[in-house]
Design a protein around this ligand. Structure first.
Ligand code: SF4
Ligand code: SF4
Length: 438
């Protein structure tokens, strides 16, 4: 019996204790400093429990379990719903300070109804037999023009014909005016972004040409919740606005949003994607963002009422009382996600949509596929990225984001490392009471 190559072992932040976690056997334990020392030395006085829990295992047996878990993962993913993004325009009425689409050409924005019809033809043929839903994305899909409204109406009607639900990603400025139309459809959720309260938000997400947007977005969120439409509130975070997040949390709590089962939140890390950000120093790395959040939550524990950061598998463990299944792939692109835009092109996901050279095919004027490029995306997981083969974090990391990996290393089959051990060392003491710790 040897130590499993999937064990994640790390000292907990602000504690003398350690976490030992094995995502393959789905076990996690807190080790006292004494037991941790025994484990490190490979000299555990009573190894029975370590063997039962898969922390110590026979290599052949573990490889067999790994293969079975991989097959189950692939099978489960085949049955999963596919999220298909549709970008009817890259035009937007906001001028966000960090917008990566700013440089995208939207001069030829087309409102051709044939395009929407072609989008649905692609869904019917390319994703026949798969469970799926549509997310209308942009640019800004809820613009005040009748052209924008007509496109959305057509999408909602055609989705209803196929019994598909629709989500909308919007800046929220026109949301209130769109409530009657959205209320008539099967809306899965509306994702709206608020980066803070009042001027904190307004400075980052002003109207094109200037102008505050916060108050109007808040009215839109209130109206959506009152109409029974689920809201997914997103905050895009960097060093500029993170210190103000507790204020946003208190605002959402006081407004009654967090007590509404239709309300949920997500934090998006502002990061360099394709075009140069003006101020690189503003950006957090993945780990530094979680470190700052850790300090922020310690100071403002009510923040967890507004948002629970994942800290790798910690939040899942806290909410479900067990670990998730092993994560062989954390990138849904081309597997359970696609993104199609108004130019008639098909992309893997929202990170690549509209980016020159990332096209994987077309849906208008006719359907075509770049099979070789698609296969590369489809094949990418921790079993195909060479660097992941001997990494003990692989089943909590999943190989990271293919778009980031390609941007930084020049090829899809390369790693985008997630420091899941460090995340666990912070997440466990945030979500759980550790015996002996304050
Ligand atoms: S490439 Fe990155 S952004 Fe795109 S689906 Fe994969 S993980 Fe998500
Ligand atoms: S992407 Fe990096 S951290 Fe993740 S499994 Fe691969 S080598 Fe490990």
């Amino acid at each position: 019996m040897t130590r499993s190559k999937h064990n994640i072992f790390r000292k907990l932040k602000d504690s003398d204790n350690y976490i030992l976690l094995n995502p393959l056997s789905k076990q996690a334990d807190i080790l006292s400093p004494e037991l941790a020392r025994e484990y490190e030395k490979g000299n555990i006085a009573d190894p029975t429990e370590f063997i039962e829990k898969g922390y110590l295992s026979d290599e052949g047996e573990e490889n067999r379990r790994y293969r079975n878990a991989y097959l189950s993962f692939i099978e489960a993913r085949e049955a999963e719903e596919v999220q298909v993004f549709f970008v009817p325009t890259y035009a937007c009425n906001f001028a966000c300070s960090y917008c990566y689409q700013e440089s995208y050409d939207h001069a030829n924005d087309s409102r051709n109804p044939e395009l929407t019809d072609a989008f649905f033809r692609w869904l019917d043929t390319e994703l026949a037999g798969r469970k799926k839903y549509i997310t209308v994305f942009g640019g800004e899909p809820l613009l005040p023009s009748s052209a924008s409204r007509n496109v959305l109406e057509r999408i909602l009607t055609k989705a209803a014909d196929r019994k598909l639900s629709v989500a909308v990603v919007t800046n929220g400025y026109e949301l209130e005016n769109y409530i009657p139309l959205l209320s008539s459809a099967s809306i899965r959720e509306v994702q709206v972004t608020l980066d803070g309260v009042g001027v904190v938000h307004d400075r980052r997400r002003p109207l094109h040409g200037g102008g505050a947007t916060f108050d109007r977005i808040v009215r839109g969120i209130d109206a959506a919740l009152a109409a029974g439409i689920p809201i997914n509130l997103r905050a895009v975070v960097d060093r500029e606005n993170l210190p103000h997040l507790p204020e946003l949390a208190r605002f959402a709590i006081a407004r009654g949003w967090t007590g509404n089962p239709l309300f949920k939140t997500q934090l998006g890390r502002n990061y360099e994607l394709h075009t140069c950000q003006i101020d690189q120093k503003k950006l957090y790395s993945r780990i530094s963002l979680y470190e700052e959040l850790y300090a922020l939550i310690k100071e403002n524990p009510e923040f967890l009422e507004f948002h629970r950061p994942a800290y790798s598998v910690t939040k899942f463990l806290f909410e479900h009382g067990e670990l998730p299944d092993p994560l062989f792939d954390s990138c849904p692109g081309t597997k359970t996600e696609w993104a199609l835009d108004y130019t008639g092109k098909v992309y893997a996901c929202t990170a690549t949509v509209g980016k020159k050279g990332e096209e994987l095919g077309t849906f208008y004027p006719e359907i075509s596929r770049r099979d070789e490029a698609i296969e590369e995306w489809e094949d990418r997981d921790v079993t195909s990225i060479p660097e992941c083969a001997n990494c003990n974090l692989q089943l909590t990391c999943g190989g990271g984001c293919a778009a980031v990996a390609k941007n930084t290393k020049g090829k899809i089959l390369s790693p985008d490392c997630r420091p899941t051990d460090k995340l666990l060392s912070m997440g466990i003491p945030l979500y759980f009471t550790i015996p002996g710790d304050k």
